[in-house]
Write a protein that binds this ligand. Structure first.
Ligand code: ADP
Ligand code: ZN
Length: 294
């Protein structure tokens, strides 16, 4: 029986999982992100009981994904200093002794939706995660977009609502999209956790506005067939309809799009898009330049 490994590597936890060739998950666990050596030891102990063919990794970043770079597979400039400069792909390969195919955490979520979720049947899509941070992965013509580095769409600039005097939390850009609209920004602006804000709180209109600006910009730049929103903050059911409303305010009918209920969608895989995307990565033997099969 062929078995594939998946590792969703987030800023707070790693989720390693094993699936058979039909993508049925046969084992899964959670390990705190903690310190790299201990975390990788725990991951390889978990995989010890299985005979893996390959592993797909979706890692928090930034991570060097340039295949020609001497530091390919290394975590770059992260505030998690213990992980800075850590060759996560090389270390995993050494411990597991199988091919390790890697991309970012948000790229695997995008890939999961493309392969198994709401973006099945299209050739281009963008997936935003709105959680502790904001990030987006993009697939164009069946290829994960990768240039000098992986995209960093969470740090795009948005026009700040004059009624919103919140300074923003991004340590690099202060009031970029992530600085104004990630979960911690919502909490800091409102003075309590985002999950505790009532559905009619003014913060949701502000939030929807920034996410609609981001969707409009991405729509103009990349012209994806669908834009998907996931992550903890999107657990607020009122938010997606508000984003759609604001989106039209910015688009002004200029670019002809599918109906907004189809064009701007919520994530569809019950928080399994990351693990499923890692499995797709492992099975297709993908590096960023690979064209994906669907
Ligand atoms: P992470 O980004 O760390 O992988 P999540 O996607 O779950 O994890 O995002 C966590 C963020 O989402 C936190 O800032 C939290 O406040 C926010 N969040 C979680 N649940 C909700 C909710 N029901 N409503 C609004 N915000 C939420
Ligand atoms: Zn930023």
């Amino acid at each position: 029986m062929t078995q594939y490994g998946a590792i969703e590597g987030g800023g707070t936890k790693f989720v390693p999982a094993v699936a058979d060739e039909d993508n049925q998950i046969i084992a899964r666990t959670k390990i705190a992100t903690g310190q790299p050596e201990a975390t990788l030891r725990a991951i390889s102990a978990f995989f010890d009981d299985f005979a893996l063919t390959a592993v797909g990794l979706g890692s928090f970043g930034p991570i060097d994904l340039n295949e020609d770079s001497p530091s390919y597979g290394t975590i770059l400039n992260t505030p998690k200093t213990a992980w800075q400069g850590y060759d996560i792909v090389g270390e995993l390969h050494q411990r597991l002794q199988v091919p390790v195919f890697a991309t970012t955490d948000v790229n695997v979520a995008c890939l999961g939706e493309y392969q198994f979720g709401i973006a099945q049947g299209v050739r281009s899509c963008v997936y935003f995660t709105v959680g502790t941070g904001i990030g987006a992965g993009a697939i164009n013509q069946g290829r994960l977009i990768q240039g000098l580095a992986h995209p960093e769409m969470g740090h795009m600039r948005v026009l700040q609502d004059p009624a919103d005097d919140f300074a923003g939390l991004c340590p690099y850009h202060r009031n970029c999209l992530e600085g104004l609209a990630a979960g911690p920004a919502l909490a800091a602006r409102a003075g309590r956790p985002a999950g505790e804000l009532p559905a009619d709180d003014r913060c949701w209109a502000i939030e929807a506005d920034y996410l609609a600006q981001a969707a409009n910009t991405v729509s103009l730049l990349l012209a994806p067939e669908v834009i998907i929103f996931g992550g903890g903050v999107m657990n607020q059911p009122q938010l997606l309809p508000m984003i759609r409303n604001r989106f039209e305010r910015y688009n002004q009918g200029y670019v002809d799009r599918p109906p907004l209920t189809e064009y701007l969608q919520g994530a569809s895989l019950h928080d399994n898009q990351g693990v499923l995307g890692c499995l797709a990565l492992a099975q297709q033997g993908m590096v960023p330049s690979t064209v994906l099969n669907q």
